[in-house]
Design a protein around this ligand. Structure first.
Ligand SMILES: Cc1cc2nc3c(=O)[nH]c(=O)nc-3n(C[C@H](O)[C@H](O)[C@H](O)COP(=O)(O)OP(=O)(O)OC[C@H]3O[C@@H](n4cnc5c(N)ncnc54)[C@H](O)[C@@H]3O)c2cc1C
Length: 566
């Protein structure tokens, strides 16, 4: 049986950072459902935060101010010890990336350039034009390659193996051979990213199904704060390709049908650079009030920035507009609308990236430490992937070296893989029923219509009912029309769909239970934040075949919650 000391599932930034930090004397491997360089991290545009103080207006910045902005941005739901760690580590981490070879944009004189981003008191977002994720990914990937870390591409993990109360490995579906088999590991790190594709409108890549989060949940690992879903204010109308917050950071305006900079009504100080939850709600409110265009979008105007700045600082934004909207932002404003973008919640991990299951760690977007609380600030996610990816790599190595792990029984592992194989056989033996793309579409519609930017009790309850109906159809009538197991996208979708249903159920349950408004979770029927009853993390655990809801306290070190004004 194939065996490694540490298996890292996910080849995005969190996975690559974990691999580079893991102890090189151990046998380490990365598993990814696509080639690592096709992970969603490559799409990150705007930048990565660190209080370097390089910007002329940012000389007084420091990591404590960054911490406070992060906590306030989170609507005080972030764990303050974790936010402190993130922001303190940010500064040495950026210099480390620079030494590894990341080609950051520079100010005249040579220091790393920084731009303003939403919810930040100072311009502290480091960037490489508007291709930040791409360049960091390529740099880290080169180092992984140089270290000859084993990579299994086009392998989908479908189950976590737990025996004797510890994590023992995973079951994979190898797309290239069509086979399903177990892989043994002393420790497993999940770095499987977000789940944007459970929504119709999302900035996320096609592969972002979030199955990793669901796999952990079904293995009994609790999920945290899943009801907090970030909607990005500015995705290109109808295509929903992201137009980075960097465009507003560079000075872009949001304009309604009457030519008005409407953010003056919602965040008079911060204007377009208020945090994302506030800007996304403002845009949606303008559209709903008839102040948008075609009841669908408003405009992002960059024309006053001038051709030179747009070409130099926002080349990808311009390219996206030219290719996908047939317009040049130098000459015309960009039609934009909010779209699902990021998952604040995820696998419940502590500050070391550890879960309650010995030997199982998680980092990056799939995990919830929590540093983003109820709303993430732009530029803090890339930061989290690397800071906590490294921590998870280090901690998993320590675990493997220090603990005496009782080896799993190979026949147990083979049997677990066989169960999945038999399920695939059963789907193939059905002659008709529901195809997975139709089921997925039903799920996306319900999540978009009823579990979106604005929520209420009635819609959330209806959503929960419909999710359970879809699950019944999936279990009783789901089938695979194609019978070829190699490179079967249908099989990938079918295997991941169970977990997508789990995530949607957990998101909706948490949202229904949380009778307050906090950060990205806006309840029309409870429009105020309620610290007395709800300053706590939502925990959902899969126990004895059903989801169980519980809560745990937020770690507060020194910042008392105040009203969030921008
Ligand atoms: C368009 C866009 C722009 C963004 N811009 C910024 C920005 O400028 N700044 C910022 O801070 N944040 C930004 N973000 C957010 C940030 O990019 C992501 O949160 C972050 O890159 C996620 O990294 P990750 O390593 O956790 O996951 P990902 O990069 O999504 O990688 C997930 C990996 O897991 C693998 N995987 C998933 N499931 C399985 C499975 N079951 N089996 C095997 N492999 C699996 C995938 O193949 C992939 O390799 C942006 C996000 C988007 C969508």
């Amino acid at each position: 049986m194939l065996s490694h000391d540490i298996l890292i599932v996910g080849g995005g930034l969190a996975g690559l950072a974990a691999a580079l930090q893991a102890d090189p004397s151990l046998s380490i491997a990365i598993i990814s459902k696509v080639h690592p360089l096709r992970s969603h991290s490559v799409a990150a545009q705007g930048g990565i935060n660190a209080a370097l103080g390089n910007h002329p207006e940012g000389r007084d910045d420091n990591w404590e101010k960054h911490t406070y902005d992060t906590i306030k941005g989170s609507d005080f739901l972030a764990d303050q010890d974790a936010a402190e760690l993130l922001c303190r580590e940010a500064i040495p981490m950026i210099y480390e990336l620079e030494k590894l070879g990341v080609p950051f944009s520079r100010f005249p004189g040579g220091v790393i350039a920084q731009r303003p981003f939403g919810g930040a008191g100072f311009p502290r977002t480091c960037y490489a034009a508007d291709r930040t994720g791409l360049v960091i990914m390529h740099t880290l990937f080169e180092h992984v390659w140089r270290r000859r870390i084993k990579i299994y591409s086009e392998w989908l993990v479908v189950k976590l193996l737990v025996e004797h109360g510890v994590c023992q490995g995973v079951v994979v579906y190898d797309l290239t051979s069509g086979l399903i088999f177990p892989v043994r590991a002393k420790a497993v790190i999940f770095a499987t990213g977000g789940y944007g594709r459970v929504y119709l409108k999302t900035t996320n890549a096609y592969i972002n199904h979030g199955s990793g989060i669901g796999i952990a949940y079904k293995a009994g690992v609790p999920l945290k704060d899943m009801e907090f879903v970030q909607f990005h204010p500015t995705s290109l109308y109808s295509k929903n390709i992201l137009i980075t917050e960097g465009a507003r950071g560079e000075g872009g305006y949001l304009i309604n049908r009457h030519g008005r900079r409407f953010m003056a009504d919602y965040a008079p100080q911060a204007m377009e650079l208020a945090p994302r939850d506030i800007v996304a709600r403002a845009i949606q409110t303008e559209i709903d009030r008839g102040n948008g265009f075609e009841n669908e979008y408003v405009l992002l105007d960059l024309r006053h920035l001038g051709a030179e700045k747009i070409k130099k600082r926002l080349p990808s934004v311009r390219d996206i507009c030219l290719r996908f909207a047939g317009l040049d932002p130098i000459e015309k404003p960009i039609p934009i609308q909010p779209a699902q973008h990021y998952s604040m919640g995820g696998i419940d991990v502590d500050i070391r990236g550890a879960t309650c299951l010995p030997g199982f760690y998680a980092a990056g977007e799939c995990a919830c430490v929590s540093v983003h609380g109820a709303n993430r600030l732009g530029g803090n996610s890339l930061l989290e992937t690397i800071v906590f990816g490294k921590i998870a790599g280090r901690e998993a190595s320590r675990y493997v070296k220090n603990s005496h792990i009782r080896e799993a029984n190979p026949s147990f592992m083979e049997a677990e893989a066989r169960k999945i194989d038999e399920r695939v056989e059963a789907w193939m033996s059905r002659r008709d029923g529901e195809k997975v793309h139709r089921l997925l579409n039903r799920l996306k519609v319900i999540m978009t219509e009823k579990v979106g930017i604005f929520r209420n009790e009635k819609d959330l309850a209806l959503a929960l009912e419909e999710i359970r109906n879809i699950r019944e159809d999936y279990e009783k009538r789901g089938y695979l029309a194609g019978h070829n197991r190699r490179y079967s996208q249908e099989m990938v979708n079918m295997l991941e769909f169970e977990y997508m249903l789990d995530l949607c159920e957990v998101i909706t349950m948490g949202a229904l239970a949380r009778r307050e408004t906090r950060g990205s979770h806006y309840r029309l029927d409870y429009p105020e934040r309620n610290d007395k009853d709800w300053l706590k993390h939502t925990i959902v655990t899969w126990k004895e075949g059903r989801p169980i809801l519980s809560y745990k306290p937020v770690v507060i070190t020194k910042y008392s919650p105040v009203t969030r004004l921008y």
